[in-house]
Write a protein that binds this ligand. Structure first.
Ligand code: GLU
Length: 303
């Protein structure tokens, strides 16, 4: 296995145009945190003379609602945001997602996982009692150890399954690729502490990780701007890029909006909703100011 290496020159977006994106999931109405993210992305693109693209992340057929898509587009427009090119609906990309999944499978990097959450919890508790149990809440690899006969039997019974990435096998193949964040600097992607992650969920046959990685590449995104709450996902995306020979963007994880007491804004708080503020009589400029860069969040181009 190639051990962790930090190249002297971290990978960055293609030398040409800067392309940023905003990628909301239509599981609810937009709130100030979303507006912040969209403004950061648009500002970074405009500053670099590049493009800002929009993607609706609607692969979760259970949680995403069509009505929210229209509401999101309307609220963004009301805020004064505009994006370049057509809006990409992630659901339209299912064929490309399935193709990539098949490629990973053909490389021998995926295995079906039949475990329920309850079974995983029980296994972790049991393993934690052992001296060399897995770290934290990482998947203990139960289904990785199934024999092909056991797998075949479960498939024959029609048991639902997710597909997990064998992270050790993945690192064997691509090593520990570096990634660069404009604020946090350069890091190497090491997925071992998190254990084998789900690449295709039982219910939707794909995952946020796979879809976001493929679709950022498909939209030519060179600077992934998003909230710092998603930074732990980035090593997964970086490894997927290496496995699937995708171009490597740069990242800019921005700080999350906080209230005056420094508490992170609660998404469920209705009074932070763009729709609510709009109906309460605030102007787009006022809402933009509320969502704009607070002191602790440098705009991505200032770093
Ligand atoms: N769709 C995700 C969300 O709404 C954001 C994904 C991303 O920016 O990478 O939380």
């Amino acid at each position: 296995m190639s051990e962790a290496t930090t190249p002297e020159t971290p990978p960055t977006g293609a030398g040409g145009e800067t392309v940023t994106r905003f990628a909301p999931s239509p599981t609810g109405l937009l709130h100030l945190g979303h507006a912040h993210s969209a403004l950061v992305a648009q500002a970074a693109a405009r500053h670099a003379g590049g493009r800002f693209v929009l993607r609706i992340e609607d692969i979760d057929t259970v949680r995403c609602k069509a009505g929210f898509v229209d509401a999101i587009l309307e609220d963004l427009t009301w805020l004064g945001l505009s994006w370049d090119g057509p809006v990409l609906r992630q659901r339209e990309r299912q064929g490309a997602h399935a193709e990539a999944l098949a490629r990973l499978d053909a490389l021998g990097l995926l295995y079906p996982c039949f475990c329920t959450r309850k079974e995983i919890r029980a296994e972790i508790q049991q393993a934690a009692a052992a001296p060399h149990g897995p770290a934290g809440g990482a998947y203990p690899g139960t289904c990785r150890r199934l024999t092909s006969a056991q797998r075949a039997a479960r498939h024959a019974e029609g048991q639902p399954y997710a597909l997990r990435l064998d992270v050790n096998a993945a690192h064997e193949r691509v090593g520990f690729p570096a990634w660069h964040d404009r604020h946090a600097g350069t890091a190497t992607a090491d997925l071992r502490p998190g254990g084998d992650i789900i690449i295709a969920r039982k219910d939707i046959g794909t995952s946020y990780h796979l879809a976001v990685t493929l679709d950022d590449a498909a939209q030519g995104v060179t600077l992934v701007t998003r909230g710092a709450d998603l930074i732990d996902s980035t090593p997964v995306h970086r490894v997927l890029q290496a496995l699937l020979d995708l171009p490597v963007p740069e990242w800019a994880h921005h700080g999350l909006l906080a209230d005056a007491a420094g508490r992170r804004l609660a998404k469920r708080d209705r009074s932070q909703g763009i729709r609510y503020l709009r109906e309460a009589g605030y102007t787009p400029a006022q809402v933009r100011a509320m969502a704009d860069f607070p002191a602790d969040t440098p705009a991505p181009y200032s770093a």
